[in-house]
Every structure is written in structure tokens, then in C-alpha cells.
Design a protein around this ligand. Structure first.
Ligand code: PEP
Length: 262
């Protein structure tokens, strides 16, 4: 069956770049990745958002934040709310495993962040993924299902509905920044499980793009793009390298063209 979901490549720059360097990096990536049919998103650090936004004027590369707080405003020193991103970003990464690990974020907080994104009109990329021991004991799917169910339950508890433009990033934690990738077939099996979990919660899962993330490079991405259930990539380290982004988006463009032709 033909796949009509968009192909998306999002770059998560993590805690890299400066306001001085970010604009030119964004400009170079935008110029090197002009491929039709691929939605491109760059997610720089908060302090670089304005530079990246300005550098991308006149391109169709979109800007994302790497996080938002789970409250709309208040006494949360050092935090940034979804509403504060108006005019700066149109996407936000939510529930990245580095924040789950380093800031102890849980699925309830992540559900609240999703609601804040909905209120602020930010398109969320919700990250889920298992730790290596969970995969080794055969609990990878149960772990991801639990993350999704708890997050969705919190969204519902707050009286919100998941947005139509939700994007999921399946990122096995053991593959992030390690140089080790999942197998394409395992990522596809997980994507199918994610869609079953979403469908069981009443969501039109066939419309939800699912990205793979975890040590994606231009040399490693084909295995994932070959899977009809995978709709692109969330790229960390390689998204700081212009040549790598050029190669990744070029390959994603082939998938987008094949989908359009089907
Ligand atoms: C990420 O930051 O979401 C990520 C997948 O990082 P890396 O590509 O460096 O593994």
C-alpha cells in the first residue's frame, strides 16, 4: 500500500553552537539540503533560535526547540515555556532520552509538555525508546508502549487531545550518540507497535510520522528509509555536519520521490 506520510529529517544540535556560529551553520545546511519532498527541521539551543530563524528566512527549513517546560509560566528558574517560543520556533522535541536521563523527566511531565505544545501551536516530536537491558530481556516494545500510554493518559487527564500533527521519534537509548544503530527491521517492528498503541488510544496512527533516531549518518540511514513504517530521522551528532546532513536529506529525498510515485 502507498505511504502518504511526509518524510522528515530533523536535526537536534543538542548543546552545540553559539549565537555567533548557529546562523551560518543553518544557512549552509539549508543550502546543502534543498531536496524536494523532505520536511527539514533544525533544533538549535534556545539561545541560538533567533539566529537560526533569521538565517532560514527565505528557505523552507523549519525551526524547532529542543524542549519546553511542562508549565505555561511560573517560578521555574532557568526554564523556557512553550508560549515563549512564539515567533522563534514552530516545532519542539519533547521527552528526549537525555532529558529523561539527566533531568529525570517522566512520562507524566512529558504528557504535560505535549499539552503546552498543543496550546502554543508547536508541532511536537515526542521521543520514546528503550534502554539496552530492556531490549536484552525482550521488553523493548513493552517499555515504549508504557511511555506512550502514560504520556497519552496525562494528555487526556488534562482534557486535551493529541494533535493531528504529532510526530514520534523512536530512539533506542543505547543507540544515541554511541555510533551503534538499531537494525532497520527492529525499528520498523517498533514503529508498527507504536502505531498499534496509538490506534488503541483512538489516534489515527497511520497518519503519524515515525522517525528513527540513534547514531544516524548518511552511511547508516538507508536501512531505515527502506522501511515503509519509518518516515525519516531525528539526527543528533551528524546534524552539525553540513556534508552529513546533505547526504541524509538526499537519501530521504529518494524515499519521498518513491512515495510520491507509488
Ligand atoms: C538525538 O539526539 O536524538 C540523537 C539521535 O543523537 P545521535 O544521532 O547523535 O545519536
Amino acid at each position: 500500500m502507498a505511504v502518504s506520510r511526509p518524510v522528515i529529517v530533523a536535526g537536534n544540535w543538542k548543546m552545540n553552537s553559539t549565537p555567533e556560529s548557529a546562523g551560518s551553520l543553518a544557512t549552509e545546511i539549508a543550502a546543502a539540503t534543498e531536496v524536494s519532498g523532505v520536511t527539514r527541521v533544525l533544533c538549535p539551543p534556545f539561545v541560538c533560535l533567533v539566529n537560526v530563524r533569521d538565517a532560514l528566512v527565505g528557505t523552507n527549513v523549519e525551526v524547532g526547540a529542543q524542549n519546553v517546560h511542562w508549565e505555561a509560566a511560573g517560578a521555574y528558574t532557568g526554564e523556557v515555556s512553550a508560549g515563549m517560543l512564539a515567533g522563534l520556533a514552530t516545532w519542539a522535541i519533547i521527552g528526549h532520552s537525555e532529558r529523561r536521563r539527566d533531568q529525570g523527566e517522566d512520562d507524566v511531565q512529558i504528557g504535560r509538555k505535549l499539552v503546552r505544545c498543543i496550546e502554543a501551536g508547536l508541532r511536537p516530536i515526542l521521543c520514546v525508546g528503550e534502554q539496552l537491558p530492556e531490549r536484552e530481556v525482550g521488553r523493548a516494545e513493552a517499555t515504549v508502549q508504557g511511555q506512550l500510554e502514560e504520556t497519552i493518559a496525562e494528555v487526556a487527564r488534562l482534557g486535551a487531545v493529541l494533535p493531528n500533527d504529532l510526530v514520534i521519534a523512536y530512539e533506542p537509548v543505547w543507540a544515541i550518540g554511541t555510533g551503534r544503530t538499531a537494525r532497520g527491521s527492529d525499528a520498523a517492528a517498533m514503529a508498527q507497535h507504536v502505531r498499534s498503541t496509538l490506534a488503541a488510544a483512538g489516534i489515527s496512527a497511520e497518519r503519524v510520522p515515525i522517525l528513527y533516531g540513534g547514531s544516524v549518518t548518511s552511511a547508516a540511514i538507508d536501512e531505515f528509509l527502506a522501511e515503509p513504517d519509518i518516515d525519516g530521522a531525528l539526527v543528533g551528532g551528524a546534524s552539525l555536519k553540513v556534508d552529513e546532513m546533505a547526504g541524509i536529506v538526499a537519501r530521504a529525498g529518494l524515499t519521498a520521490a518513491a512515495r510520491q510515485a507509488a
